[in-house]
Ligand binder design. Sequence first.
Ligand code: PLP
Length: 400
Amino acid sequence: MSFIADRLNRILPSQTIAITQKARALKAEGRDIISLSAGEPDFDTPDFVKRAAIRAIQNGETKYTDVAGTMPLREAVAARLNADFDLDYRAEEICVSTGGKQVIYNVMVATLNAGDEVIIPAPAWVSYPDIVSLADGTPIIIQTTPENGFRLTADQLRAAITPKTKWLMLNSPCNPTGAAYDEHHLKALTEVLMDHPHVWILTDDMYAKLMYEGAVAKTFVQVEPRLRDRTVTMNGVSKAYAMTGWRIGFSAAPVELTRQLIKLQGQSTSNPCSIAQAAAKEAVSGPQDFIDEMVSVYEQRRNLVVSMLNDAPGLKCAKPEGAFYVFPSLEGTLGKTSKGGHLIESDEAFVTALLDETGVAAVHGSAFLTPGYFRISYATSTELLKEACTRIQQFCQGLS
Ligand code: PLP
């Protein structure tokens, strides 16, 4: 009999974290490494947010708070969702957790029974299927295609729904593809969902503020308010406010489900960090213009990276609508051998050889359930990105 629980054998360590740690270790050994593997803004947390945290410490806001977060933060989150998406949530419908990741974990553990199915369009963020498996559910992976801009179509959704379907998990803009669903794309999905009242929606809007060319992100309940009573709208401060380390995410959901999420959180982690909550309250209710500045820098980097990767033999890179990732196809490099003697037999072999021979760390598409691609995060300095893309071009030119 194994000491470790069966549920742990159903999951793998996060591959993005593993690659990022490997890159960090190589750097510590003195290697010249450029890590494009982590999904983390290179911008610093804004000063006015940091000052709010310092004030909170000085004011003694260093004790337990309500499990679901302080009332001022929950109210500020509701107001932000209203300003950004025209959503109408009360503070009792908001639960603040330790990062968006805990929101997803709580929702799945609170609702899934063995055999319940969760539809996950792929490419998908590495943690979705593992969280579902950990919660005894069955991930149902639906491959989207580059022809459809890596978006789930209404026909694909309709075909995937069974009597056991409990959730559709949708992430827009998407990690790893950067693909975003506009109102028209969402409407097509909501029409299918209206025909299947047993299916709930978990919409992961973590990157919604990072949209390019003036586009504005939409979310499910905004497009179809009748879905409000079976939708969890998830968001957080990690990406849009450059606050990954503060660990604050939140959900807006019907009050009955929110109560269950709070019950679960109350018997696991309790409230998220009180100081981080004070900082997050300032972030979501304070001035938002620094986000526009970040977005304009990200947009320039996106254009640079897409153009440089498309000049690398064997790579094909679409221009994503949002987030800070590109997800190029490396199909044209498969079967070739690198200058350093690595046979590129898979996407994993490609990123391993790339790291080994050029010091550029990226994540293979299989980690996002889609082989034949790799993910680059362009949330790093323009100078480093140029250098990394030059190394990638040289690596691809050296394949024979
Ligand atoms: N959802 C997506 C799509 C992500 O990429 C991430 C982080 O990488 C998260 C959720 C989790 O964010 P947090 O750092 O707030 O837990």
